[in-house]
Design a binder for this molecule. Structure first.
Ligand code: AMP
Ligand code: ZN
Length: 492
């Protein structure tokens, strides 16, 4: 579907404008998105950001591009409060859990992957981790020092922001003015090794109290958080690539520092398009671990949370998120998700209806206009809420055909089915929950049958068969629990 390629517009934070998307290579797109710091369970706020980029990834592929999507795992260097002092988030968690840092990393990375899968968020093409790229990070620090934009102090290396700003523009992405930044940052307390409070660590010295530390030309230490993204994005996508994404909260200082590091190390501008997704909020406040207002994935599923009236399926939540544009804040509330859940079910029912629609010799329904509307919505900076409103217009048409107020030919119906399948399932990544519900029902019926067969075997004193049924189920991790009321089953 290459025709969609040239019309895509993306809001570029770098220019503050919606711009026509022109990739560096004609058919290929390189995209880097800042991944999670794997020191705790991901919350539903994180999911929103990764979902927004899943849509970007899916739509670029739908438009005919071959996309290399790199999303990292931060497994070292991200310090508490996102600052240069304080404990490493993963190191701290490892001490708390009395585990190896890599055990913590593996545990939460697995959890992150499970959540991504549950929300049908496509895995990236490459998922590099910071600890896997220490040599490259050390090399980049050396380049930046060589170019005069960083200095060593006490075994740490700091990026010299003022020196950089003499030649380049620090603040070009975030729009922050260096003069304001200087006057707003507190004076150095004399203890600090930094020449200027604005400077940031690209390598941190670590003493023996740090469990995560590596040898470097400056002694034992670990890389700075901002540095890892510069190293991993450019390693896999080239010095300049097409899209760099992340949550709005990463625009400054994280992404501003990434640009500075790239140019400070002698590379070109890292990304042509910078995309920032807006925050998921609760009662107007950004959902974040430090605020303490996070809703976990389990709580959303079960409804076991003060602010939730009931639990919701991951697809209802996915649909809820897609009903707002990625650049707007989205407030999470039970009412709002419940409304989306209804809409989602309506859409899924209409899709099922398609299979039973009667066709005619003539069609009063026209598809080309619909297709164009879908495409225009997505080409307008991935406008999923507009796309969904067009999908509901189609739902109305489907219902009219079913009520025999409109007619459709077999070939137009086939075209409509293909169009809806590609936008609803491929582009929006929705999945029908009906299928899993009917699978659940089937499991329940089969289990009732096994339990009945086992009871009959026991009643007939055929203990061999009764035991065989129980043992076979045990090997499938299904436990049977006998009580006066009968037999219940449980799957681990
Ligand atoms: P972290 O693991 O804290 O580095 O966050 C991983 C990603 O989730 C980053 O891109 C953040 O910008 C994003 N994020 C964190 N909190 C929220 C939120 N409340 N809403 C949307 N995105 C968020
Ligand atoms: Zn990053």
């Amino acid at each position: 579907m290459k025709y969609a390629m040239s019309k895509l517009k993306i809001y570029n934070t770098l220019s503050g404008k919606k711009e026509e998307f022109v990739p560096i290579l004609k058919d290929h797109v390189g995209m880097y998105v800042c991944g999670p710091t794997v020191y705790s369970d991901v919350h539903i706020g994180n999911v929103r950001t990764f979902l927004s980029f899943d849509i970007v990834y899916r739509y670029l592929k739908h438009s005919g591009y071959t996309v290399r999507y790199v999303r990292n795992i931060t497994d070292v260097g991200h310090l508490l409060n996102d600052e240069d002092s304080g404990e490493d988030k993963i190191g701290k968690q490892a001490k708390l859990m009395n585990k190896e840092p890599m055990e913590v990393v593996q545990f939460y990375t697995n959890g992150f992957h499970d959540v991504m899968k549950a929300f049908n968020i496509t895995p990236p093409s490459i998922e590099p981790s910071a600890t896997g790229h220490l040599i490259e990070q050390i090399e980049m620090v050396q380049e930046i020092i060589k170019n005069g934009f960083a200095y060593e102090a006490g075994g740490s290396v700091y990026f010299d922001v003022e020196k950089y700003h003499e030649k380049f523009h620090y603040g070009k992405l975030s729009g922050r003015k260096i003069e304001d930044l200087i006057s707003n940052t507190r004076e150095l307390d004399g203890q600090s090794e930094k020449r200027n409070p604005l400077d940031f660590a690209i390598w941190k010295n670590a003493d023996e109290s740090h469990i995560m530390r590596w040898n470097s030309p400056w002694g034992e230490g670990f890389p700075g958080w901002h540095l890892e993204c510069t190293v991993m994005s450019t390693k896999y996508l080239g010095d300049t690539f097409d899209i760099h994404g992340g949550g709005m909260d990463l625009k400054f200082p994280h992404h501003e520092c990434e640009i500075a590091q790239s140019k400070g190390s002698g590379k070109t501008e890292p990304a042509n398009y910078w995309m920032h997704t807006n925050m998921l909020t609760m009662n107007g406040a950004k959902m974040s671990k430090s605020v303490g207002n996070v809703v976990s994935i389990e709580e959303l599923g079960s409804g076991d949370h003060l602010l939730l009236e009931k639990g919701f399926s991951q697809m209802a939540i996915r649909f809820f998120m897609l009903q707002s544009h990625y650049s707007s804040t989205l407030d999470l509330s039970s009412k709002a998700i419940a409304a989306s859940e209804k809409g989602f079910e309506k859409l899924m029912t209409a899709l099922e209806t398609l299979d039973s629609l009667k066709t005619s010799n003539t069609s009063s329904v026209e598809i080309n206009g619909v297709k164009q509307k879908f495409e225009d919505a997505m080409n307008d900076d991935f406008n999923t809420p507009i796309l969904i409103s067009h999908l509901f217009e189609v739902v109305k048409i489907i219902n009219s055909i079913q009520a025999e107020k409109e007619t459709i030919t077999e070939s137009v119906l086939l075209e409509l089915k293909n169009l809806l399948n590609s936008y609803v399932f491929d582009v929006l990544g929705l999945q029908s929950t009906k299928k899993t519900e009917s699978q659940d029902e089937l499991t329940e019926e089969l289990m009732t049958l096994f339990i009945k067969m086992r009871k009959e075997a026991k009643d007939n004193k055929n203990y061999e068969l009764a035991d065989e049924i129980r043992n076979k189920l045990t090997s499938l991790n299904i436990t049977l629990k006998d009580s006066k009321e009968g037999t219940a089953w449980e799957k681990e």
